[in-house]
Design a protein around this ligand. Structure first.
Ligand SMILES: [Zn+2]
Ligand SMILES: [Zn+2]
Length: 370
């Protein structure tokens, strides 16, 4: 039985707690406090761009979009950012990826160019936004967009679609803030060397400046053509980003000795499950698409075999088909890799960062600083 003293004490305590909660709630409801909290958030939101990724002590690779066309709440579609020599380059601008770049608060004006692997929508959908955001970020000149033949049509199409928007913005904010001269993207078709081969094994130089060399590598994403991977070599460190491809053994030669191979991948046991489920719910069109995509994407073990042959240090999976969100789906996606891969491998998320310090063979895995 509780004593009267204890009863009185607990009643007093309850009253005090109720009063504290009411005072706290009233405090939180005060517009002055809300404004102060928002002022702090605004300072963070508009902080000066973070220059750390551009430091010239490493080749850095960040995944700005890790999913394929199937929707994922946690991932943008195909996008890889490569930081070298004080600039960054974007390999594919998949839908939603530009929001990642903006949220990371990297210096958008330091973009060196965009490289399109091919013209599927999950690789080009955010190109207009990328141009807009880097322009608004103070890019000093027009944005160069590299890709296979056909890149002119894609770039000119985006320029056309956004031209009215550009007019509004320049008129509203003035030429000083939104200069029309630096706005339009410029297409740069990349030609491969030599006559076409049945093996699809040609390469072509994209650019060479300040110690950075970017090479286009022909890959097989048939019936989609042209389809390229890109290799970046900078001061003894290197990365190859695949874009989409089916199993393509010639890639091992072009990726030989790369520190990093960032490869797309399809997990067929998972896409087949989706196909089966779509069929049983009467979504025949979805099931047909799930079936058709099988023949032009690479499986994790196949990418592992290329990485092994190329003696790549770290194999990174992105453009995940489907996105394995959660621990068990990740294990399912990667089943068989520990036996197939002679070396390291990992599955990227949006914001995964790989740092390759100059003058060492080290590969550091981390996250984009937020
Ligand atoms: Zn794709
Ligand atoms: Zn594709």
């Amino acid at each position: 039985m509780t004593s009267p003293i204890l009863r009185r004490l607990s009643t007093t305590l309850l009253a005090l707690l109720t009063l504290a909660a009411a005072t706290g709630a009233a405090f939180l409801l005060s517009p002055a406090l809300q404004q102060r909290l928002f002022d702090r958030a605004a300072e963070r939101f508009t902080a000066a761009p973070d220059q750390s990724l551009l430091k010239d002590d490493a080749l850095r690779v960040a995944v700005c979009g890790s999913s394929a066309p199937l929707p994922s709440a946690e991932r943008a579609k195909a996008c890889v950012a490569v930081f070298a020599g004080g600039k960054f380059y974007i390999v594919d601008a998949g839908p939603e990826s530009v929001e990642n770049l903006v949220m990371w608060n990297i210096p958008l004006s330091s973009i060196g160019g965009v490289l399109l692997t091919h013209f599927h929508s999950d690789h080009i959908g955010d190109l207009g936004e990328l141009n807009l955001q880097t322009w608004a970020g103070g890019r000093p000149g027009p944005l160069a967009v590299y890709g296979g033949p056909g890149v002119e049509r894609v770039v000119n199409g985006f320029n056309d679609a956004y031209r009215i928007d550009q007019g509004y913005r320049t008129a509203h904010h003035t030429e000083r803030v939104m200069p029309s001269a630096t706005w339009p993207m410029v297409p740069h078709p990349v030609e491969l060397q030599g006559a076409p081969t049945a093996a699809l094994d040609r390469t072509g130089l994209v650019l060479e400046e300040g110690g950075l060399r970017i090479t286009a590598i022909e890959v097989n994403h048939a019936p989609v053509s042209p389809a390229y991977a890109y290799r970046f070599d900078y001061k003894g460190r290197s990365v190859v980003v695949t874009g989409d491809l089916k199993y393509h053994p010639p890639l091992a030669k072009a990726a030989a000795g790369a520190d990093l191979l960032v490869s797309e991948a399809i997990a067929k046991p998972m896409t087949r499950a989706l196909q089966k489920a779509a069929l049983s719910s009467g979504r025949e069109r979805t099931a047909a698409i799930m079936h058709d995509i099988e023949d032009y994407h690479i499986e994790p073990e196949q990418a592992a075999s290329i990485a092994n042959e190329a003696r790549v240090k770290l194999l990174v999976f992105y453009h995940l088909l489907p996105a394995p969100d959660g621990l068990l789906p990740r294990r399912l996606f990667a089943q068989g890799l520990n036996t197939a891969r002679k070396g390291e491998w990992t599955i990227a998320d949006d914001g995964s960062l790989y740092t390759l310090p100059i003058g060492s063979g080290e590969v550091r895995e981390g996250r984009i600083p937020r």
